[in-house]
Design a protein around this ligand. Structure first.
Ligand code: PG9
Length: 657
């Protein structure tokens, strides 16, 4: 048939049809085009700014042409200031850093020559500042890229764990002091912004802010590396961060990526053994920061001395601060909302301390925000925040004579109804004094979830066997790291039939259930071992309805989940072995939610003891330091989740009636 069609076609064209691709093609040679000469609409000034100890920090100052009385926006980075202020991103920092903002469309890595246009030299999130005529400044933190001095990873404030005499508080202070005295085009007002590590540098600046620092936006800042930002979550170590240690500390510039044996880290980490074994296989016994972390697995003075939510909220609230993070922030889930919460007590007029939570993955604020995993939001949610929330806020404090912004104290995306909620306070529901009161949702026998507490006579517990040799994967094992950013919205059907994952499900909802606040885990759990991890996921189960959109039919959407390392159930600082087979309370907060479970949906809770290879495996035998666990320490354990009066397990749900 196809032969006869071709023949017909050839006749219709009245000439034979050959191959559009000739057997060979020789491109003509010619002289290169003359470069396009255009006067730049900005000046790039490079300064080595002296700090109080004489160390000089590499700073790129991008000044719009003709700027007068212009405000300054400063970002202090460990990811290469020169690259941040250049459309040529080939030289960009640590390839593993997900905080790096997107280039403006059309100015990706291909842009080798500097553009004459400031808007094209800077990344997508800087577009708003360029349009508003701001001076944009990037600076390398001490010891990285162009800056002099010694590098410490997210250095604790000067003190017993940072004897260098300098930190990112003093360096921000000295930098701002120099900038306002040496940037004649500026009006002497400075705002700071930055995400993740760069968010940490914003928070550090707030510990002793220079008087010229007038407003701050810490985006997904790394605030407490042990409780929930980057390195650990409630003491469980994020083994995947070991690559970051190399990328960040093996060199002053971007460190190498040490090749792994397999593409699939599930296989790599299992074969290596403990996280310590894997670190050593990457050569990390040469890296001081790895040795520091290895020596501080518990929440001791090292971590307490750098818990920035505690430190910043102990200070007077003098700089208007907008804390921002993603609702599915897979890296820094702790910092922004905890710092906001603690500092809020000092915000007497509700006009200095702000919270923004969008439907985003980590640092998505620096990228486009129409979608997140399978979801399509109402418009570009990140552009909206950059243009309509950040700019009026910064303008109010940084631009001479600008009007007062109408900034909502809390702006949080409603992930169940697909719109922004502008609120006076957060959370809307909690244990007490929030307006609405949280309600216990009990884990009941036979995989049921109910607002009714269990009664005597029901099966005492549900059981599963956790086998460290066959841990539960956190993502389907594709060996593809491309799904890292969206793993927190991964459909959980891929594990809910595993025998080592307990699944509890509610009846089909007949009315909407709104949750706005922090779900609190209360598990009465026992292990046959002497240590264990406990992972709890709160899930919205979409109806498996053939009439709805196929992509979401039956979808098990995690709206909040986290891991807790059982040895820290009584004290974060002093771990304790579990008594085998004795139920004990495991109590912890899950990340914030602002969601509506719709009629027709069901609420689900899953419980499991491994989340691999994101987190290192708990050997399930109590050892002094899990980083050094030996092969023989990893043991299968029988886990019980209790569901009887007196030891009733539940999730305290922040329900808003
Ligand atoms: N989440 C990254 C990070 C911050 C601080 C320490 C280590 C890693 C980041 O995106 O910058």
């Amino acid at each position: 048939l196809s032969l006869s069609l071709c023949t017909t076609f050839a006749f219709a064209q009245d000439k034979p049809v050959g191959n559009d691709i000739p057997p060979s093609f020789t491109p003509p040679t010619r002289a290169p085009y003359k470069p396009f000469v255009e006067e730049a609409d900005y000046t790039r000034r490079i300064a080595m700014i002296p700090m109080r100890d004489g160390t000089k920090l590499y700073t790129v100052i991008m000044i719009p042409k003709g700027a007068k009385n212009a405000p300054i926006v400063l970002t202090r980075t460990c990811y290469n200031a020169a690259a941040r202020a250049s459309a040529n991103r080939e030289t960009a920092g640590n390839a593993l850093a997900t905080a790096m903002p997107a280039a403006r469309p059309g100015r990706e890595a291909a842009a080798k020559a500097p553009s004459p246009h400031l808007i094209d030299e800077l990344g997508l999130p800087d577009e708003v500042f360029v349009k508003a005529g701001y001076i944009r400044i990037y600076q390398d933190v001490r010891g990285k890229y162009g800056s002099e001095g010694v590098y410490l990873m997210t250095p604790p404030p000067v003190g017993p764990y940072n004897p260098t005499g300098a930190d990112d508080t003093t360096d921000a202070y000295d930098t701002i002091d120099w900038l306002v005295k040496n940037t004649p085009e500026s009006n002497g007002r400075v705002g700071m912004i930055g995400s993740s590590y760069e968010g940490y540098t914003v928070v550090m600046a707030l510990l002793n802010p220079h008087p010229a620092l007038k407003a701050a936006i810490p985006e997904s800042p790394m605030v407490d590396g042990w409780k929930g930002d980057d390195w650990f979550h409630y003491g469980a170590f994020r083994e995947r961060m070991l690559d970051y240690f190399v990328g960040q500390t093996a060199a002053r510039g971007a460190g190498p990526r040490v090749p792994h044996k397999h593409h699939d880290d599930y296989a790599n980490f299992l074969e290596a053994g403990s996280a310590g074994d894997f670190a050593r296989s990457l050569g990390e016994d040469q890296l001081p920061y790895w040795k520091t972390v290895e020596a501080h697995p518990a929440y001791d003075g090292f971590w307490q001395s750098q818990a920035l939510d505690k430190l910043v909220s102990a200070k007077p609230l003098t700089v208007p601060t907008m804390w921002l993070q993603g609702l599915w922030d897979q890296e820094d889930m702790w910092g922004a909302n905890h710092a906001y919460k603690l500092w809020e007590a000092k915000d007497t007029h509700n006009d200095m301390n702000f919270l923004v939570m969008g439907p985003w993955f980590h640092s998505q604020i620096n990228r486009e925000g129409h979608t997140m995993g399978p979801f399509i939001w109402d418009g570009d949610t990140t552009e909206y925040v950059r243009e309509d929330i950040f700019m009026p806020f910064f303008n109010q404090y940084l631009v001479d004579g600008a009007p007062k912004a109408n900034t909502p104290p809390v702006l949080i995306y409603n992930t169940g109804e697909n719109h922004w909620d502008k609120l006076q306070k957060w959370p809307l529901s909690c244990d007490k004094n929030c307006g609405a009161t949280s309600k216990p949702l009990y884990l009941r026998a036979e995989g049921k979830l109910s607002y009714d507490a269990p009664t005597a006579g029901e099966a005492k517990f549900s059981e599963y066997v956790s086998e460290p040799a066959n841990p539960v994967p956190f993502l389907p094992r594709t060996g593809d790291t491309g799904t890292w950013q969206t793993w927190l919205v991964q459909d959980q059907r891929f594990v809910d039939n595993r025998p080592d994952v307990l699944t509890y499900t509610s009846e089909v909802l007949t009315a909407p259930t709104r949750v706005s606040g922090v779900p609190e885990v209360n598990l009465y759990a026992s292990t046959s071992g002497t240590d264990s991890d406990w992972i709890v996921k709160l899930i919205d189960v979409y109806p498996d309805d053939a009439t709805g959109p196929a992509a979401m039919a039956g979808y098990e959407l995690p709206i909040s989940l986290d891991i807790f390392r059982g040895r820290y159930r009584k004290s974060f600082e002093h771990p304790e072995a579990a008594k085998p087979n004795a139920p004990e309370l495991i109590k912890y907060d899950l990340p914030n939610v602002n969601h509506i479970f719709q009629p027709g949906h069901r609420i689900m809770v899953q419980v499991q003891s491994t989340l691999f290879p994101l987190y290192d495996r708990n050997p399930q035998t109590f050892v002094p330091n899990i980083f050094d666990a030996k092969a023989g320490d990893y043991k299968k354990a029988t886990q019980h989740i209790y569901q009887t009066p007196g030891t009733a397990s539940f999730i305290n749900l922040p329900i808003v009636p």
